[in-house]
Ligand binder design. Structure first.
Ligand code: ADP
Ligand code: MG
Length: 682
């Protein structure tokens, strides 16, 4: 088969396989197994050894045994509930094969009289006789039975023997693919080919051999393919030639001299990386990543300002109206020589109409709003930059669409406050250039983090009483209780009632069932210090500055991962006041839980927290990336295989630097990424 036919085969419908009909194929599709390739990664968990056969006289009751027997008599009672029976023997004794609910014809076919048949199953003993009930492993060909049979975590409705038949069929037909790796890489995996590696992977005795050459080779294939796809997107975007943005840094200096703090070194560095992109003739596609409170907003606003000075318009979008408003207000405060406006669902009809008229006439330089700016049919006269804040949940495809959206002169800057482990950077953001702010503003103190048993809630209340007298504000987070599809807000409601009795008129409640407008009203009141305690499920907005809130209480804290706790904790401590985070627990902590907490207590560095979180929980779980459609590896594991991730990153950088022809990797990319593209949320 040439490579073309090969991937047609591998991507072909499962119904092309013997023994797979509509029913089985639908069951597999439910598990996202759509074609032959997908089935290759469905690995055995363990196996049943049916390779050694016994004589009837030595059978062990209750165990799975393999015997070779000769059927010599049938008994088909034709009475409901009575099973069909086949009397069988070997040279040491007798055994009955019992069949419930099976047709005479079938029984006769699989157990023909006076022939040697090999059979394997659990041995029973009834009325002084050995028996075996509804045996599934029966064949005249002993070698088909006398082997190790893989056990899979079964898809409902598909039996182990059917599964084995399907997989073995595929493995027998598995094509040889033309090697895509270079010699240097092949040396690292002991020259094992893709085909050989897959065969090894499915051998029962190889279950769990994560550090073997075949496993590593396949894991590396996966990693490299996703990096290659990303690299392709990045190259394509960079090929787009745009008009250089010309601006004088004196304007920037003037603005920066007016604000009441000095940029940190990382802020300076990232701003100049962005400025360089803006000035170049390649389209910018960059992510500004920084922990909560690291000061990304000012960097974004300054780059927007420079773009305006270069004669272009800018759109700045945030996930919520409150956050968009906060950015708009800040811009209003620091810029006095450009025209800015905000488009909000609350804007009056007249205002909206006016904005929609002014934008195409280039009468607005920076437009703020939510992501809905996208959907609305606003035509910018000369859009030069799109900035999207707090958007770690955009998948690759959405980002790609975003970059296409603005037209060829439009640069793109995304911002995310979600630190991710180093090994995952290329997997999640490999299509973009990265600017990272690690350093936090100097005056910023770490959030002090404590843990408390729920039974000691009185201590927490006393502490809060004191803080309230100092005019401080408090977030009180109750996680959602999720029972199947029903989401329960009752814990938040109860806590609200409890706290409201102790602090009358000082508590408000926020949860997912409250509509947007009401939510915004409550958040604005909290911002304006109209009440002291905000009880909420985890819906507190990301990104908003509540400079006066310096305490966060998180109930049932073990419901959250470390990164999530870190993000929640980042809601406080953005002002000058010292901030406190209190983690509450229902019962005393296990040693493991204590270890996790220690990490959180000892560091306020989100990157470190995310590394540790990944080690504990695996990468799929960190911060809901799963829902955002990031590449989910089938074999590769960023903790176990971190060396392979590094290897792939170096390889990609090398290829990009040397402009290596990547056409030989086409089949790899096609095979491995066909499924993931569909996973991107829209
Ligand atoms: P994030 O990176 O989470 O978006 P923000 O941009 O909202 O963070 O900044 C958080 C707070 O820190 C804001 O109140 C902002 O004014 C302040 N800030 C930003 N940069 C500095 C700095 N260099 N020195 C002092 N405070 C800063
Ligand atoms: Mg922010």
């Amino acid at each position: 088969m040439d490579n073309n036919n090969t991937y047609n085969f591998l991507l072909s419908d499962l119904k092309n396989l013997r023994g797979v009909g509509t029913k089985t194929s639908n069951l597999l599709k439910k598990k996202k197994i759509n074609n032959i390739f997908d089935l290759l990664w469905k690995l055995p968990r363990t196996y049943t050894d049916r390779s050694i056969s016994a004589k009837i006289k030595d059978l062990k009751i209750g165990e799975i045994q393999t015997i070779t027997i000769i059927p010599f008599k049938y008994n088909f009672p034709r009475v409901r509930n009575l099973p069909n029976r086949v009397f069988c023997k070997d040279d040491t004794g007798n055994i009955d094969c019992i069949f419930f609910n099976s047709f005479e014809g079938y029984v006769k076919k699989i157990l023909p009289l006076n022939k040697e048949i090999t059979i394997s199953g659990k041995i029973g003993f009834y009325k002084n006789k050995y028996q075996i009930t509804n045996p599934k492993y029966i064949s005249e060909n002993a070698s088909l039975i006398k082997t190790k049979h893989n056990k899979y975590s079964l898809t409902e409705g598909i039996s182990e023997s059917v599964y084995n038949k399907i997989i073995n069929q595929i493995l027998r037909k598995l094509p040889e693919l033309k090697e895509w790796h270079n010699q240097n890489i092949m040396n690292k995996f002991n020259q094992i080919s893709w085909n050989q590696a897959i065969l090894e992977l499915h051998k029962p005795e190889n279950i769990g051999k994560y550090q073997s050459d075949f496993y590593k080779r396949l894991a590396y294939d996966e990693i490299l393919s996703s990096y290659l796809v990303h690299s392709d997107i990045r190259k394509k975007i960079k090929k787009i030639k745009k008009e250089r943005k010309k601006f004088d840094l004196d304007h920037q200096k003037k603005i920066l001299s007016k604000i009441d703090f000095k940029l940190t070194n990382d802020q300076k560095k990232t701003l100049s990386e962005i400025n360089n992109d803006l000035k170049s003739n390649q389209k910018m596609f960059r992510l500004l990543q920084g922990d909560v409170g690291s000061g990304k907003t000012i960097v974004a606003l300054m780059s927007a300002y420079n773009v305006v000075k270069a004669g272009f318009q800018v759109a700045i979008m945030a996930p919520t109206e409150i956050l968009a408003m906060q950015h708009y207000k800040l811009a209003n405060k620091i810029f006095d020589d450009i025209k800015i406006n905000i488009l909000s669902s609350k804007s009056e009809y007249k205002t909206k109409k006016k904005i929609k008229k002014q934008i195409p006439e280039n009468q607005i330089d920076i437009l703020f709003g939510t992501h809905s700016i996208f959907q609305s049919k606003i035509k910018f006269k000369n859009l030069g930059l799109i900035i999207i804040d707090e958007q770690h949940k955009f998948g690759v495809n959405q980002r790609k669409k975003l970059s296409d959206k603005g037209g060829k002169n439009c640069d793109v800057l995304l911002m995310s406050a979600t630190p991710i482990p180093r090994t995952l950077t290329m997997t999640i953001y490999g299509d973009m250039d990265l600017s990272i702010i690690k350093e936090k503003p100097k005056y910023r103190k770490d959030v002090r983090t404590y843990s408390k048993l729920e039974t000691n809630i009185k201590d927490v209340i006393e502490f809060i009483k004191k803080e309230i007298t100092k005019e401080n504000q408090i977030f009180w987070v109750c996680p959602l209780i999720e029972e199947s599809k029903k989401i329960d807000h009752s814990s938040a409601v109860k806590k609200f009632e409890y706290l409201n009795k102790i602090f009358p008129n000082e508590v408000a409640l926020l949860h997912g069932k409250i509509d947007m407008e009401e939510k915004n009203r409550i958040l604005n009141k909290f911002l304006n210090k109209k009440f002291k305690i905000l009880v909420s499920t985890t819906v507190i907005e990301v990104g908003i500055d509540f400079p006066n809130a310096n305490i966060i209480v998180i109930e049932n804290a073990n419901k959250f991962g470390l990164s999530q706790l870190h993000q929640l904790r980042g809601r406080v401590g953005r002002g000058v006041k010292e901030a406190t985070c209190i983690l509450m627990f229902k019962s005393s902590l296990t040693e493991n839980a204590k270890k996790r907490l220690k990490i959180l207590k000892n560091t306020n560095d989100g990157f470190k927290v995310s590394e540790e979180d990944m080690k504990i929980r695996g990468y799929g779980d960190i911060l809901g990336f799963k829902q955002s459609g990031i590449k989910m590896y089938k074999l590769a594991d960023p903790v176990l295989n971190s060396d392979l991730f590094e290897l792939a990153e170096n390889e990609i950088r090398f290829m990009e630097k040397n402009k290596t022809d990547t056409s030989k990797y086409k089949i790899l990319m096609k095979l491995y990424d066909q499924a993931d593209i569909l996973n991107d949320i829209v």
